[in-house]
Design a protein around this ligand. Structure first.
Ligand code: ADP
Ligand code: MG
Length: 225
């Protein structure tokens, strides 16, 4: 079995008297170390799918099995523990904690794991993403590209088995976006992480092993990256 199995997953929302099917019987098998792009029009269910895969949300029906654990069989606490152990997440809008410095933001997941070397590990990661001289800056004092580099350092701090990135370059100019892509792919290789990213950018999708096309909550086709 792979690192992530998505089996017959559907997600519906009730809006008034209408039932909205956002994901419809999705099946995906992902092997350890693979990189995958999920592409599709706006509103096709990409972010919803990523949230279900990361255990941030639960499917209406079906099963998500991450690293051998079926999320639906875990308690909320166990799910949080599995996320903290196995999952890294990078968002389009960075989602750094505004009251913490760059260094403190990267230290959060390490401290949650009670790692004694949280500070030195966080410094090492920030150096890797080229932010050695920005460690004590707060998110508002950083450019978009710099904030995304902090969030990459934070995501890799846990040495996650699987990294999810939801349009990681969507809010960045082309040049900065390319630098962010390189960082993600390089760290991915270095740590042997499985990578699942959502993107609108065909050039970014081409850098992955597999491209999954989704439309109206259904997988349309799969192609090679
Ligand atoms: N919490 C929610 N309640 C109701 N509808 C939602 C909710 N979250 C997402 N949706 C709807 O689900 C659809 C898919 O959304 P999303 O997964 O964010 O798409 P994408 O990331 O591909 O743009 C959209 O029509 C959106 O409006
Ligand atoms: Mg989205």
């Amino acid at each position: 079995m792979g690192i992530l199995s998505i089996k017959d997953v559907s997600k519906t929302y009730q809006s008034g008297s209408r039932k909205l099917t956002v994901l419809d019987q999705v099946n995906i098998e992902i092997s350890e170390g693979e990189s995958i792009a999920i592409v599709g029009p706006s509103g096709s269910g990409k972010t919803t799918l990523l949230g279900l895969c990361a255990g941030l949300d639960s499917p209406s029906t079906g099963s998500v099995i991450l690293n051998g654990n079926a999320f639906e069989k875990l308690t909320e606490d166990q799910r949080a523990a599995a996320r903290s152990r196995d999952v890294g997440f990078i968002f389009q809008n960075f989602q750094l904690l505004p009251t913490l410095t760059a260094l403190e933001n990267v230290m959060v997941p390490l401290e949650l794991k009670k790692r004694k070397d949280a500070k030195s590990k966080a410094i090492e990661l920030l150096e890797k993403v080229g932010l050695k001289d920005r460690m004590t800056h707060y998110p508002t004092q950083l450019s978009g590209g710099e904030q995304q580099r902090v969030s990459i350092a934070r995501a890799f701090a846990n040495e996650p088995k699987i990294l999810f990135a939801d349009e990681p370059t969507g809010n960045l100019d082309t040049e900065t976006g390319e630098m962010i892509e390189d960082l993600i792919f390089n760290l991915n290789k270095e740590q042997g992480t499985t990578l699942i990213l959502v993107t609108h950018d065909p050039e970014l999708a081409k850098r992955t092993d597999r491209i999954i096309h989704i439309k109206g909550g259904k997988i349309q086709e799969e192609s090679h990256g």
